[in-house]
Every structure is written in C-alpha cells, then in structure tokens.
Design a protein around this ligand. Structure first.
Ligand SMILES: [Zn+2]
Ligand SMILES: [Zn+2]
Length: 361
C-alpha cells in the first residue's frame, strides 16, 4: 500500500535535499486546505512524502523497503508532549481515533469495534514557521494568529440553543447508528456507522444554537504562542494536542503541528549538534602560527593556529556547537582552515616573496 513519494512531490529519485524542499513548499502552498482550491487529502500525502524524503535515514529506509518504520510520521522520535505539556495523549491513541478523513481506517475500525460510536476528531492543522540559527540556539517563542474552526462558546459545542430540550433523532430513530452496505476489496459488508445527523447521540436539539446554526463550532481567530526549545533542528515538528480544529457538533479537537524551518546562516553550517565554520588565514599566519578570532553563536573566541598549519586542517572548539534538545550540553564547533593566496601584491611584497622563493620556500 505504499505510495510513490517521489511521484507525489513530482521529483526525481536522485533529487537533492534542496529540490525536495522546493517541490514540497510549492505543493504545500498549492494544496493547503485553508486555501481556496486546497485539497486536504493531497496536502496530507505531500506532508507525509516530505517527512520521509527530507530525513536521510527515513529516505534511505524508504528507498530500500518502500516504507518507513516506527509510530507516527511527524517528529524525530522526540516526545514533544513532555516539553509542551497539554493534554496527555500518546501517538497511538491519536492515530487510532476516528478522524474526518475516512478511507481504510474507517472500514477497519468498524470491523473491530462493531461500529461502536466514537467521538469524532477535528481536522489537524499544519503551520510552517521559519527561525534563525540564533533562535534555534537560544530557544524562542513565536506568536501568530490562527484562523480555525473553534468550539462555539454559546452552546459549548452541542449545537443546541442553551435551555432548549432535545428530541429523538429522525435519521437513526434514536439508536445513534445507521446501517450501510459497503463494497470493498474484501467483499460486501454490512457496515454499522455512527449516525451522521446526531453523531451517535440519538438525540438532536429541538432548537439549534443561533450562533453556530447547530454546527457546534464557529470560525474564529486564536492568538497562539509557541515555545520553540533550544536545539531544535530544521524540519522538526512540534505537536500541540487539541489545538487544531473543532469537529462539527462536539467531539475532540484536532491537533496543531508546527513545522520548524531553520534558516541558513552566513557563517555556520550545521551537522546535527555540531557547527562548521571556514576560517581564512594568511600564508604568514599559517607558517609562523597566530591567534585568530572565531565567531560563535555567543561571543567571539580566540583560536590558536600552530606554526606550520596546512590548508584544510580542522580544529575543534569544544562546546561551541548547538545545544542538545535533551539538555545534555552542546555540540562542538569545527573550524576548517583556508589559506588566502593574494592575487594583488605591492612591489615590496613581491620582492619579499621572490626572496623567499630563492630561499627554497
Ligand atoms: Zn453554538
Ligand atoms: Zn441519529
């Protein structure tokens, strides 16, 4: 049942990370469900493809086996809930819950549960946010306004005008269930599903809530504040349980996923917890040795260049890399030496170099 992630993103099997990112951003924009002409299913598939192909380990696994392992698609194995609190709910629960998306899980879940009505779950929301490497180093907080369906404050999501009575649901005649014959690849099944009219409650309000017109939810803008922990990596996703959209007529709200994009830095490239920097020194410094200033994400440090340093030599500055998410200190800063070869010389410099040449240098 595995999908072709490359095809989904419209890219070649040899696509570079940059190409994958580009293709994903373009498609995510196009299909974002909050946009006109958006397509939620397609958007989810694109996200899934990107989650896998943008992660070297997962991509390799996918290329080899056509699938990836482990629970969930988001995140990198961190338990974000521990960091952010919120309602405790583990992945498995979240994934087993019936969502509005339908598909295979609906068919299977009704076999296994005998069509027992369960709470509906609202739509998940994915938000992308860009931060600088400095922000990733220190940890930061982002604020944004999120327009989404939220539970109606007047009826508290019930859809009933406050103070009015309930009446028997005419669709399911009070049972909360409806029967449906479904043809699937496994044969024809008589499927018992939750009544769509009353969401399995068997009752509907006599008078619908005037604010939400019986929907139980309204379009609203929520101001969100997201804490981003120090050490976060490009492409990591933070999940906030229950901060997605409210489902119609009561149930569990979906989750909010914040995908972090860390911008490229003008000095440093990042590899895991380590930072890499390329330092240019003069020929005389390489030969005679010197102390040079090296930028870090805090203050500048001095690095001793021993006499006779060759081009390409790498020095390690301990604990000047990125902080680790699990709080066990920092990575290191690696400084690679480049030796500057001047292409313009003064008369005096040229004479000196000529003399050096004669001396066998
Ligand atoms: Zn209402
Ligand atoms: Zn009903």
């Amino acid at each position: 049942m595995s999908k072709d992630y490359y095809k989904l993103l419209g890219i070649d099997k040899n696509a570079s990370k940059e190409e994958i990112k580009k293709a994903y951003r373009k498609l995510a924009h196009k299909y974002h469900p909050d946009k006109q002409g958006g397509d939620e299913q397609k958007f989810k598939e694109i996200n899934e493809a990107y989650q896998t192909l943008s992660n070297d380990q997962k991509r390799q696994q996918y290329d080899q086996f056509g699938t990836t392992f482990g629970p969930g698609q988001q995140g990198q194995g961190f338990n974000w809930e521990d960091i952010f609190g919120g309602q405790q709910q583990n992945w498995q629960e979240a994934f087993n819950q019936e969502s509005d998306f339908g598909g295979f899980s609906d068919i299977f879940s009704s076999f296994f549960t005998g069509g027992r009505p369960r709470k509906r779950k609202g739509r998940d929301i994915v938000v992308d946010t860009e931060i600088t490497l400095e922000e990733a180093y220190q940890g930061t907080e982002k604020e944004f306004n999120l327009r989404k369906m939220t539970i109606c404050d007047k009826c508290k999501g019930s859809g009933a005008e406050p103070g009015t009575k309930m009446k028997k649901c005419p669709t399911c005649k009070g049972s909360g269930q409806t029967q449906q014959t479904k043809r699937t690849v496994f044969g024809v099944f008589n499927q018992v599903t939750t009544c769509p009219k009353c969401q399995g409650k068997g009752q509907i309000p006599k008078k619908e809530c005037t604010k939400c017109k019986g929907e139980g939810r309204i379009q609203d803008t929520e101001k969100m504040k997201i804490k981003i922990p120090a050490g976060v990596e490009d492409n990591q996703t933070i999940r906030m349980t229950g901060k997605g959209e409210a489902p119609p007529k009561g149930g569990i709200s979906g989750d909010l996923y914040i995908r972090i994009h860390v911008k490229d830095h003008k000095y440093f490239t990042r590899k895991g917890d380590n930072l890499h920097y390329s330092a240019k020194i003069r020929f005389s410094q390489a030969v005679l040795g010197d102390k040079i200033a090296i930028p870090t994400l805090e203050k500048t440090v001095k690095l001793k260049i021993p006499a006779g340093t060759e081009a390409g030599k790498i020095f390690r500055v301990k604990n000047k890399g990125m902080p680790r998410l699990n709080g066990t200190g920092k990575g290191d800063l690696y400084v690679k030496i480049r030796i500057e070869t001047p292409d313009k010389l003064t008369k005096k410099q040229k004479d000196l170099i000529e003399k050096m040449k004669k001396e066998g240098m």
